[in-house]
Design a binder for this molecule. Structure first.
Ligand SMILES: [Zn+2]
Ligand SMILES: [Zn+2]
Length: 331
């Protein structure tokens, strides 16, 4: 695993030097100040912040640099319908949607891969190549509505994203652990039982690692746990294992137990890979892709075991092939 840079680390901007290689210290200063800001700034907000640090930098230079940052992909331009653009930086700041409060004019970020999937589906059905999609929910935030000062501020989006990715991975790992623990109990074949015990053990030690990583995140932001949900999912992979664990209790034979493990791992692997690949570069993406790899290893192990079991029990290979491909089809 590659070492993960702390979220406060600024990107290497050397590749962003203007053509001709001339160093522009004003531009560098503006970029650095901009990257330290959270939230969505108007050009004038940025001018205020910059001029506070260095009053010799002109408004025009800030405007020009902002446009240059947009072109270079350092900044994203967002339109909240206020008659002026706002800007957010894109460094370790995955793409997202916005909730916008009409009362206090603050905006809150979230990500929903279900929404993204629907957008893709619609575009595809209409033979449309989409390059950008914007989802904005206008209304009133909880604080403006109730007067209660709940923790609505988001903190660092990359951290929130990593937190939510880890929560999903941990939930999946927990239900995987439950599934394999039960599977080991119901399996009569000694070798099959050993496999399930080993997998339960492995899920258990992964769980410890994920929880340690989660705690490490909490140290970077003590309020992280109480910040609002960023990443929304319907039907994450933990549901697969939970359903599987329930079915195990209704009585299955060894082959069926292995096949259920295969289905769960395959579904889980696909879930984490599909979404991991969709996300932009971020710690949350890494968590998803690493988890997808672990699930694939479990899947391959179970498939090998299934084949070995069928062979030992004198099953025909054609039946095995058919069962495996139906597991694949039902993902
Ligand atoms: Zn509000
Ligand atoms: Zn935003």
């Amino acid at each position: 695993m590659e070492p993960r840079p702390a979220v406060t680390t600024l990107p290497d901007l050397s590749r962003l030097k203007p053509a001709g290689g001339k160093r522009s210290s004003k531009r560098e200063k503006i970029v650095n100040v901009f990257l330290r800001q959270e939230g969505h700034l108007s050009a004038d907000d940025l001018v205020d912040v910059i001029r506070h640090e260095d009053h010799r930098i002109s408004r025009a230079t800030v405007y020009r640099t902002l446009q240059w940052m947009v072109d270079a992909g350092v900044a994203r331009k967002v339109d909240f319908g206020e008659g002026r653009f706002r800007f957010e930086h894109s460094y370790r700041h995955p793409r997202h949607f916005h909730l916008i409060c009409k009362t206090c004019h603050r905006s809150f970020e979230f990500l929903s891969s279900d929404i993204e999937s629907i957008i893709e589906e619609v575009a595809e059905a209409r033979n449309f190549t989409s390059s950008q999609s914007v989802v904005q929910i206008y209304g009133q935030c909880e604080e403006c509505r109730t007067g209660s000062s709940t923790l609505t501020s988001q903190g660092h989006t990359d951290l929130l994203f990593a937190r939510d990715a880890l929560r999903i991975a941990i939930a999946t790992e927990r239900s995987g652990l439950e599934f394999y623990t039960r599977a080991a109990k119901v399996t009569k074949d000694a070798r099959g039982r050993k496999i399930f015990e080993d997998l339960a053990h492995e899920e258990g030690s992964h769980l410890v690692k994920l929880e340690a990583r989660y705690n490490e995140l909490l140290q970077r932001d003590p309020q992280l746990e109480s910040r609002p949900t960023f990443l929304f999912f319907k039907g994450a992979a933990n549901g697969l294992f939970a359903e599987g664990a329930e079915r195990l209790m209704r009585g299955v034979n060894d082959q069926q137990a292995l096949m259920m493990g295969i289905r769960c791992e395959r579904g889980s692997h696909r879930f984490f890979k599909k979404y991991g690949e969709k996300f932009e570069d971020s710690e949350g993406k890494q968590i998803f892709l690493e988890f997808a790899d672990e699930e694939r290893e479990h899947l391959e192990l179970l498939v090998r075991e299934y084949r070995a079991l069928v062979k030992r029990q004198g099953g025909r290979t054609r039946r095995t092939a058919r069962a495996l491909s139906s597991a694949r089809a039902s993902r």
